[in-house]
Design a protein around this ligand. Sequence first.
Ligand code: APR
Length: 247
Amino acid sequence: MTVDSVRGWVAAARRVVVLTGAGISTESGIPDFRGPDGVWTRDPEAEKLSDIRHYLGDPAVRRRAWQKRLTAPAWQARPNAGHAALVELERRGALHALITQNIDGLHQKAGSSPDKVIEVHGTMHEVVCRGCARRGPMLPVLERVRAGEEDPACAHCGGILKSATILFGEGLEPGVMERALRAAEAADLLLAVGSSLQVYPVAGAVPAAKRAGARLVIVNAEPTPFDDLANAVLRGSIGEILPRLVA
Ligand code: APR
């Protein structure tokens, strides 16, 4: 299948559901996890920083995690042509939902409507307290870290603060996965973009959409476990392919 024939499917679709992963943000300067230059590819140890048990049990892990949050490339990142193509798809009225595994907020920064975006792995732009579950903006807490607090505690209850992202070993926010599955099952076209489709339960949205009758198109630089299930696999750069799909 070529980009041109898939473009016809996108043009004909009325309820496109897009599932994005870290691959749509690499061209904005944010490394992915499992690609050739991925965070886990380069430093398998780094995954420990993203495991809730280590984060809660080891203050040294929290101190390192806060330092990494300070210097996260996402703070300087700007949306790229891939994000913009999805904004165009929504403007045209064809986007039913945008399920993203990304925590960088670039879809919203590009102009995708927040009520269309389902952030299944949370967001780095907020903090949540593991003690009293209060949520708040991330930036003021980063200011506390910059001012020297290496492991800032919740101002209300003294509990452990973490970013509002889902770490390994944590469940997703209640209802988020159900919303994502309902959207996937209502799709007439599921576009999986920039994800290795290895992390569950989110990857389950792909076969769910297919089972419910959607066409499946995968846009990714490397193979995924669902390539054989796809009606089309477009191998290449998202920033180059997505704009052509919605042209
Ligand atoms: N164009 C096309 N494909 C790309 C590009 C690009 N510019 N950049 C990266 N990719 C592809 C990579 O080849 C890789 O297959 O995007 C995919 C990204 O896969 P992962 O790094 O596994 O990211 P993702 O699928 O989003 O990971 C899911 O795992 O670590 C957890 O919670 C984290 O949300 C994340 C989840």
